[in-house]
Unconditional design. Sequence first.
Lengths: 327, 327, 360, 360
Amino acid sequence: MTNMTMVEAINLAMAHELNADPDLLVMGEDVGMNGGVFRATVDLRKEFGRTRVIDTPLAETMIVGTAIGMATQGLHPVAEIQFMGFVYPAMEQLICHAARMRNRTRGRLSCPLVIRAPFGGGIHAPEHHSESTEALFAHIPGLRVVIPSSPLRAYRLLLAAIRNPDPVIFLEPKRIYRAVSQPVDDNGEALPLDTCFTLREGSDLTLISWGAMVQETLKAADHLKQQNVHCEVIDVATVSPLDRRTLIASVCKTGRAVIVHEAPRHCGVGAEIAATLQEHCLLDLKAPVKRVTGYDTIMPYLRQELRYMPSVERILSAANEVINFGS
Amino acid sequence: MTNMTMVEAINLAMAHELNADPDLLVMGEDVGMNGGVFRATVDLRKEFGRTRVIDTPLAETMIVGTAIGMATQGLHPVAEIQFMGFVYPAMEQLICHAARMRNRTRGRLSCPLVIRAPFGGGIHAPEHHSESTEALFAHIPGLRVVIPSSPLRAYRLLLAAIRNPDPVIFLEPKRIYRAVSQPVDDNGEALPLDTCFTLREGSDLTLISWGAMVQETLKAADHLKQQNVHCEVIDVATVSPLDRRTLIASVCKTGRAVIVHEAPRHCGVGAEIAATLQEHCLLDLKAPVKRVTGYDTIMPYLRQELRYMPSVERILSAANEVINFGS
Amino acid sequence: MKQKYEFSVQSHRFINSAGKALMPLPARYADLQLLEQAYEQMVLIRTFDQKAIALQRTGKIGTYPSVLGHEAINIGAGLALHQEDVFAPYYRDLGIQYLRGVSFVEQLMYWGGDERGSCYAKQPEDLPICVPIATQFCHAAGVASAIKFRQQARAVLVSGGDGSTSKGDFLESLNLAGAWQLPLVFLVSNNQWAISTPRYLQCHAETLAQKAIGAGIPGVQVDGNDFVAVHDTLTDALTRARTGHGPTLVEAVTYRLGDHTTADDASRYRSQEDLKKAWEEEPIKRLRLYLSSQNAWDEKREQALLQRCKVTVEKAVADYAAIEPDVPTAMFDHLFATLPEDLHDQYEELRRQTQEASHD
Amino acid sequence: MKQKYEFSVQSHRFINSAGKALMPLPARYADLQLLEQAYEQMVLIRTFDQKAIALQRTGKIGTYPSVLGHEAINIGAGLALHQEDVFAPYYRDLGIQYLRGVSFVEQLMYWGGDERGSCYAKQPEDLPICVPIATQFCHAAGVASAIKFRQQARAVLVSGGDGSTSKGDFLESLNLAGAWQLPLVFLVSNNQWAISTPRYLQCHAETLAQKAIGAGIPGVQVDGNDFVAVHDTLTDALTRARTGHGPTLVEAVTYRLGDHTTADDASRYRSQEDLKKAWEEEPIKRLRLYLSSQNAWDEKREQALLQRCKVTVEKAVADYAAIEPDVPTAMFDHLFATLPEDLHDQYEELRRQTQEASHD
Ligand SMILES: Cc1ncc(C[n+]2csc(CCOP(=O)(O)OP(=O)(O)O)c2C)c(N)n1
Ligand SMILES: Cc1ncc(C[n+]2csc(CCOP(=O)(O)OP(=O)(O)O)c2C)c(N)n1
Ligand SMILES: [Mg+2]
Ligand SMILES: [Mg+2]
């Protein structure tokens, strides 16, 4: 069991499956010799060769479209999109084909691929390198959308994504690629792909988050504990399909919820969760479900990016509003 | 004042502005000689010539990207995407450029363009010709998303969209392109771009909808009236930015809401509205806000498409659940 | 210092519109059997095509894109493919699909709005019809990559229209096919129109075949109304692909003799004269004239063929009519390999409502 | 019948790496002033470039893409443009932008993460830097369409890397430029790498210039380390564009002498020998050698130039350092022409929090 960062855990999961599954391919821009711009695929080329770890031309439509074609032949491509901000040329292929190949052929062909993309802000990157648009994918029936928030969950969820027979969008919160380390056992054990993870149990307030924001949310929970507010902290992890049951159970218990995400608020995944919670917990709700999110404006360049993203302070302020609601 | 269908009203609005605004261009696949596959641009080529009503090569990325470039030069392109199902190649241009040109240059350049696209099901069209993915655009800061639901509002909202100095996604519910006629006065009067329209006032239940579903919603309201349930019916019309104020005021008054849309439920615009309503009307809510939507699966081909779309029956069943909640 | 790089594109035609061979046909056509077979298939396809249009007019199927004028391309390509190759069609490839084993019933189901039409009972690997223009080129590149990865001696044929050559996917795939030297043949059916957009508005280049040059792969133009030119060129290109000699782009020049689809009215945007001129070039007549000139065809055989075609098509239509609609919940059955728990409620709701509706 | 279509691409070089003219230079370079000016600008750009890398290392700006090796392309293009033309840059066009009037301070602001760096006080119409690869080609086509629509005698220059030629947007725009005969020049800076992806993995074609053939427009290759070849070819192409003679694709062949950006480490994927060989071709030395051979340059002028460049760059850095950060609420100010009512709450929230934070 080695202590490792999330990006190392992701690398490990790919290496594990490249060994276990002869049909697995890793492809994308700069994934080969360079080992990926974040080093997520480092050394894979050396170990598995250029036929299995493939540098592609610079064309995201083609990367995803080609991966779809490969997948119909029973290969299992893991395609890296260098940054989530560059996945949009592939939207047509994802929406019209990856998500539909199985349904369109009534199960004759399928699309067992994984699209990996680093996402989110906070690392002082250039324009387009910092957005979070998971909601766009979550809205597409036929796609799974998975977001790890710790090295161990990254390893195990990526294994699950690779082994899943359907297309998975696997979004990697790059702000915490190297921010936290954790022992990860390379035992090949996968997690389920449609459950939330309850990171802390609590009775007063449910804090719901995913990706890099889980770190801020946990910090907020620490602060609140000092105020004697006991938070249940849930890492949603699979934003589609969503594990509504866990979320509903928690909020029906605590009666209060704050949802935290980096993406803009309007029509973000937080909206879906809030809508679900009011539908199923209305009579238990002691306060409105609040959302702490990126603003509904363009993610600023690096000088101001931290002003845009939810901070511990903003989470605390929403939590206090919810706790003091009506009083 | 002539009686006209929605598609005629849309044609009229373009003709009006082509006359009024020398910088206006109409462009897209088959908009010229053919007058558009739905005849929305019929006769415009004849009247305004091929330099202002322009057939493009078959390439949606390029259509939208070129329109953006034109817009930076102060032209006002109105670009037709033949069906909403074919807009995805343009996502990168819309998200990364149309929505950002003004912000990126701090107001030096802007992007006054309109993307028109017919959308929605119910006309027995082939695959990809029937989906509703307005939520994808609504989630993008910097884009306006407008959906008319009657000939008159189509005329006036399209005028507003064209005159608006920022990019507008104008989605045309093709199921009602010709289903209803209405007198439309070609007086050049535009509607505001960020208000809902209250089509009926009522005290018991707010029915919230947009696009073609407004028809089904009105029918449901008729039925409910016979049950002595008085519905307020709101046509959202501008799903982004959203007129939350009108929606909140109505639901705080009625205490009950059902949202109806064709798009899949998960992370649809209905989620945003429900999230907003619980946040602002929690204490007034007599029942959970319900959503009647397309299912979270692939829109079926024409044989089954009506099974997928919200029907009057499904709306009534949700309305009754809401009305009988707790009793 | 000035250096000059030179490139070229060949254009092939063997049989002209009068049914006359312009030069000796390649050896594989010496025995006329192949040409007779091709002719029969072309007539069968046209018979079915006319029936399908009629079925749309009476509401038995939905919008349908006629292949009128594409018969030589369809049958030329279909006969050049091997069973173990993979075909990635677009929507105007009825005949290729038919020769691949996709039955007329499946085709009617597809155009009739029933997803089961893409099950392709006899053709497990071919891709389904791709509605978003040009996206299939990328899939085909992926299939060809898989074939290359597994070192199989198979080729992939992917097909699209002249309009599709303007879209990025086509060009990105062409480039990839060159960079990776894929066993992939691109077939462009240049029928002069993309709905109402004429070929010259689509692209300023003299030929569409020359798009291959930018990808560093061979490009060839053929007369798409000449079965021999289509079949011969594709046979060679597919052989090269199967034997590790890389990709080819083939542009087949024809004319769309019908409306774009049954939802279109081409008389809005093109002249009767042009259409009349195009009819003189149409593929079926010229092959019949050639066969007749070789004493391999006559009116009696023609009538017998038409009768056979009619029977085949009528049988397919009857079989199609007998098919029960799918259960509505099928829309969930193939969304994922197994339905996620989160969707059970929606599945149940649909099932319940369907039952209620059927009890009304 | 066989027909053959023929195409070609010319490749130009005037001054070789030893600074020797391989043939008489075009008349416009007879008086050496233009070449001296070009040389001075190239040195200035390199001076700024090195400073920018240093500023990134000390955290004064964010990730920065060096133009090392692109100086002849940058200055060749910048000097070929007229003020009333429009330029659509990519991120490795520092020198072109500088000659267009985009100040070093603005450039530092941009790479320092301040949106105001794209205000281009002296350049109202040029497009801002485009980060998503190849998307700028479409915008440039749109600008060129507007210019053509208004019948203005202006040209548009759009620029991208070798990697960008694989992406659909580039190819779709090239095709449109041909179809619409736009006043548009495409400049491809082929520096052999797209981050770690070498040119040969990007495309199997011998040249990138030949991508023009598929669009039916002229394509030309030039030695991108030779200022004269770049400037001469672009001057002609831009003149043709301004005078209604349509688009051109120009591939300028160079080598990226630095890392992809300051976030990259090129030693991971390319050899020192290749890099060393590329340095022999670099653009600045060869122009100096040529000027020296014409007695138009000497060590004294060189030293004076370096000193001037240093002063200019230091001044820009100091001015940049003095700039106050923008107000956070600026992120809302330019979202729409006027802030929709729906966003007032968020605007207020941000304003409040910023104030609180600044009071802490
Ligand atoms: C991405 C996309 N855009 C638009 C359409 C609508 N559309 C369907 S067919 C067609 C024209 C295609 O022309 P071409 O490629 O020449 O094929 P043809 O129909 O002539 O055989 C268009 C624009 C589509 N299906 N997909
Ligand atoms: C659509 C898109 N995909 C990926 C990237 C990430 N990326 C930035 S630069 C680059 C390589 C570009 O290479 P090239 O076009 O040759 O330009 P160069 O950097 O060599 O000047 C990549 C892949 C991007 N910016 N946009
Ligand atoms: Mg065509
Ligand atoms: Mg490069």
